[in-house]
Write a protein that binds this ligand. Structure first.
Ligand SMILES: [Zn+2]
Ligand SMILES: [Zn+2]
Length: 424
């Protein structure tokens, strides 16, 4: 017999993997779904374990990245539950999901209609706003990951849960770091993307990055910065200007669209006036003719995709790879199996079906939007004794090793797998 007031957390996706995040929290007949993402593999999109939309009372969407939002339209084939998220997250999710539908080389099992239905169910919330879904209270907190991103504090009849989504406790140019009061938290559902890596000190990282970019540009080259469309691209542009790079910067693809959308949401950008000014100083590029123009003279091109898997970056690579005075600047975590990871590990990249050596023109700078190992440990340390840590959203080795670290510290932590349930 299960305790009537117990709270059950179930991992439907992002267990021992980065992608297709989905978790349910259920208490006394009320169920909240946290994110419902997609995992884009080389073969096909993979979605989380099935959930029955009619069994869900509300959805909390932490942020717009597809690994958190990309499965949601599947739940809106016929109506669906309310989605609590920020307006900015809803707008950027629309941009990213539409792009997946339009350019995806794979079959996606939903269409525009379901996306529209999903967007019609959005109930905007903002930082520190509390919502009641029957017997469960939901509060959105700044996650510091990308503009508009939230963590969730969930209070049920018998326990308090903090769900981090993707979060960064360090201040960046664009965002204030995430903060939360963990003193009353019984279970922490936490991402572990960078649980094995300490990030470099931010100020030094910015200076080193800007110096190398300037060196390439002053040497007559193009600094190509493949970056995630949402968050990283805008951060990189802001960093370059803040570090007094005053040459041309081109922003391409969805990074351009995302920057335009973000410009409409001052509340979610740290130094909004400065951000507006910087985005105005950047040239927005669309189409191959403008792309060719952008690389006629030395400068910086910031463009998706961040791991070199599709997007406008492919066009630039084909043109820039031949001349090694140009530079390829990887500025984020590269998931194993992606062309970006292959380039980082082997120095080689496939262009036009041929493997080309680019080791002498490739640079890596760890501009993470995720908490690093030290920050994750500091965060967990704020928990009261006896609290449970459920680790998700990481490579299996990373997350398992981090579980070991926390266990050695006397913390009840687990590297959760898909299908795992936890009762509180
Ligand atoms: Zn994310
Ligand atoms: Zn994520």
């Amino acid at each position: 017999m299960s305790n009537k007031s117990e709270t059950v957390i179930r991992i439907h996706g992002a267990g021992l993997q980065i992608g297709r995040e989905a978790i349910t929290v259920a208490n006394e007949g009320t169920t909240i779904l946290l994110d419902y993402g997609v995992l884009m593999t080389d073969r096909k999109p993979e979605f989380p374990e099935r959930v029955t939309p009619s069994s869900i009372n509300a959805i909390f969407l932490s942020h717009a990245h597809l690994d958190h939002s990309g499965g949601l339209p599947l739940l809106f084939l016929r109506g669906g539950p309310p989605i609590y998220t920020t307006t900015l997250t809803a707008k950027i999710s629309e941009l990213l999901i539409e792009d997946m539908l339009n350019i995806s080389r794979y079959y996606v099992p939903y269409e525009e209609l379901e996306l529209k239905e999903m967007l019609d169910h959005v109930h905007p919330i903002t930082f520190n706003q509390k919502m009641h879904i029957k017997n469960i209270e939901l509060e959105g907190l700044n996650a510091g990951h990308i503009p508009g991103s939230l963590m969730a504090k969930i209070r049920t009849k018998n326990s308090n849960i903090l769900f981090t989504g993707d979060f960064n406790t360090t201040d960046t140019r664009l965002l204030n770091g995430a903060k939360a009061d963990l003193s009353d938290v019984d279970a922490l559902i936490m991402e572990s993307t960078y649980a094995s890596t300490d990030h470099p000190e931010r100020g030094q990282l910015e200076r080193d990055f800007a110096a190398k970019v300037k060196e390439v540009v002053e040497g007559g080259g193009i600094a190509l910065v493949p970056a995630f469309a949402v968050g990283r691209s805008q951060e990189i542009v802001t960093v370059l200007r803040a570090q007094n790079y005053d040459g041309p910067i081109y922003l391409d693809g969805m990074a351009r669209e995302a920057a335009k959308i973000m410009s409409g949401f001052p509340k979610y950008i740290k130094n909004y006036d400065e951000f507006r000014k910087i985005i105005k100083s950047v040239r927005l590029v669309k189409g191959n003719r403008e792309r060719l123009k952008a690389i006629q003279k030395p400068g910086v091109v910031v463009t998706p995709a961040g791991m070199l898997r599709g997007g406008a970056v492919i066009f630039y690579l084909e043109h820039l790879i031949k001349d090694h005075k140009n530079g390829i600047f990887l500025v984020s975590f590269q998931i194993p199996g992606t062309p970006g990871r292959v380039l980082l590990d082997t120095g080689k990249i496939a262009v036009d079906g041929k493997l080309v050596d680019a080791s002498d023109m490739t640079y890596f700078f760890d501009f993470s939007a995720h908490s690093g190992r030290k920050e994750l440990i500091d965060f967990v340390r704020q928990l009261k004794g006896g609290a449970k840590v459920i680790l998700i959203h990481g490579e299996p080795e990373t997350t398992k090793a981090f579980q070991g670290t926390l266990n050695e510290m006397g913390i009840d932590a687990i590297a959760a797998n898909n299908g795992d349930s936890f009762s509180l």
